[in-house]
Design a binder for this molecule. Structure first.
Ligand code: NAD
Length: 500
């Protein structure tokens, strides 16, 4: 069922998905979603009020204590598989929605969203496998652990990869037996709200997944975090938001997982297959218009090949087709929203004033083809030193910072000189060096002779300011499970402590 805009060409999704039903928000709240390729509103989406949050949490609690909580894992798995099949069938529409909503080029959204059903199937396969263990002690007790769902989860997602972020939370949460209230980012709410139709069609019991778009601070996001009926917050976004969430959630002792920012080093040694390294490094600088936490925004290049790599970056930049996200020829779409465009342009100014050498790009694109969209040129700074702000702070734009290094120790020291620790890449033909360097870098995921290989089965998450906990992989289930230890006496006798 393709998604059709209303006759005035603006898509209207004016109902929330709560308790298995579509209902209007209590106060008629709505969010204008802007297509960043045009700068115009393309969709108007329902935005929840406080009462809607209460209803969503109560529905999630009722499902947890009712049908979902009592459902055997293999039956939950069957529902998840049905959902995965429906997701696969609608992946083309969802890819189009995400291209319009977030500005991510459709060739990227098709490839990414076209694979999500594999992830949901993978999570389904874990729905009946959260086993505990028996604990040896002596023959007077039988001690064992059970893995139990943490309960009602508030999933709060960012605007850069809304459906991927949703999948990374919904998959493990449902596999663990939790119920969920999901709040997508206010800039990109459409695709996530559409998922309600798929959960409905798959036959999930009411309240297992509830979808309540809204804003963050002082709105749906904060109300969810503060809500005493929510047990866990699964958050992807900025570090400052995570701190605010920690403060709000402390009152009710929430559990948290945080997927936060990155400033990942992408290291190219002189003994690398330089052509392949350049393919990866340029792609990882500009894919998603630079708006991914995992991108190699700090490109560390050994001095002897520095000029060669810098030249290659410039010639690749000239080949990047920047255009409307929905155009299949587009390599790189716009920035996802105006504030992000302004942030990127401001960092480009900072880079210039810090003395980095702007090799190419650096400007907003305003030609007729780009109309009022939020387009910016692929940008390359050379001779960046690692203490500059453009090397230390997350820009979230298509801005590569090329940093020269002398030798292995120098590369490791620059790579680790950051408060982040999400991902890192390194290119070398020397196997020993690959292992040596990989083992010295503080990051949650390291790629050797590849970059940004991320799958549902590979644990993902950061050290330091990049977050807490892991998403994906079997470890991803841990964030949604508690451990209950049960000790059963084999004889049932308990001595009277007050007999003498
Ligand atoms: P953000 O922190 O501004 O917003 C993220 C979400 O939090 C949104 O849904 C927002 O409405 C909500 N929110 C904002 N304030 C809140 C509050 N006080 N209480 C509750 N919810 C609140 O982040 P963003 O700008 O949407 O996303 C970009 C950031 O996300 C970047 O820093 C990026 O690195 C990070 N990110 C990390 C990963 C990862 O896996 N590590 C993946 C994607 C994005």
């Amino acid at each position: 069922m393709p998604i059709e805009p209303a006759s005035d060409k603006v898509l209207r999704l004016d109902h929330l998905f709560i308790g298995g039903e579509w209902s209007p928000p209590e106060d008629g709240g709505e969010i204008n979603s802007i297509d960043p390729s045009t700068g115009r509103v393309w969709a108007v989406v329902a935005s929840g009020g406080k009462g809607d949050v209460d209803r969503a949490v109560a529905s999630a609690r009722a499902a947890l204590e009712g049908p979902w909580g009592h459902m055997p894992g293999h039956e939950r798995a069957a529902l998840m598989r049905r959902f995965a099949d429906l997701y696969q069938a609608r992946a083309g529409d969802l890819a189009e929605i995400e291209a319009r909503d977030s500005g991510r080029a459709i060739r990227e959204t098709r490839a990414d969203i076209g694979s999500h059903h594999h992830g949901y199937h993978w999570w389904a396969s874990l729905a009946d496998k959260a086993a505990g263990r028996t604990i040896p002690f002596d023959d007077t007790v039988h001690a064992f652990t059970s893995r139990v769902p943490v309960g009602v989860v508030a999933a709060i997602t960012p605007w850069n990869v809304p459906l991927m972020a949703a999948a990374w939370k919904l998959g493990p949460a449902l596999a663990a037996g939790c119920t969920v209230v999901i709040k997508p980012a206010e800039q990109t709410p459409v695709g996530t709200l559409e998922l309600g139709k798929l959960f409905e069609a798959a036959g999930f019991p009411p309240g297992v997944v509830n979808i309540v778009p809204g804003y963050g601070a002082g709105d749906v996001g904060e109300w969810l975090v503060a809500h005493p009926g929510v047990d866990k917050v699964a958050f992807t976004g900025e570090g400052e938001t995570a701190k605010a969430i920690l403060r709000t959630g402390a009152e009710t002792m929430k559990r948290f997982t945080f997927e936060l920012g990155g400033k990942s080093p992408h290291i190219i040694f002189e003994d690398a297959d330089v052509e392949q390294a350049i393919n990866a490094a340029t792609n990882s600088a500009w894919t998603l218009c630079g708006q991914s936490c995992a991108l190699g925004s700090r490109v560390l290049v050994q001095r002897s090949i520095y000029d060669q790599v810098a030249e290659a970056f410039c010639s690749r930049a000239a080949k990047v087709r920047v255009g409307p996200a929905i155009d299949p020829h587009t390599h790189m779409g716009p920035q996802a929203h105006l504030a992000q465009l302004e942030k990127t342009l401001s960092y480009i100014g900072i880079g210039r004033s810090e003395g980095a050498e702007l090799l190419t790009g650096g400007e907003r694109l305003v030609s007729n083809t780009h109309s009022a969209g939020y387009f910016v040129q692929p940008t390359v700074f050379a001779n960046v030193s690692n203490d500059m702000r453009i090397a230390q702070e997350e820009i979230f734009g298509p801005v590569a910072a090329l940093i020269p290094f002398e030798d292995e120790d120098d590369a490791v020291s620059i790579a680790n000189d950051t408060r982040f620790g999400l991902t890192a890449g390194l290119w070398t033909r020397d196997t020993g060096r690959a292992h040596r360097v990989a083992s010295r870098i503080r990051a949650g995921m390291i790629w050797v002779n590849t970059y940004r290989f991320i799958r549902w089965s590979t644990p993902y998450g950061g050290f330091g300011a990049s977050g807490w906990g892991r998403e994906n992989g079997i470890e991803g289930l841990d964030g949604y499970l508690d451990t209950r230890t049960t000790i059963v006496s084999t004889h049932g006798r308990f001595p009277d402590a007050y007999v003498d």
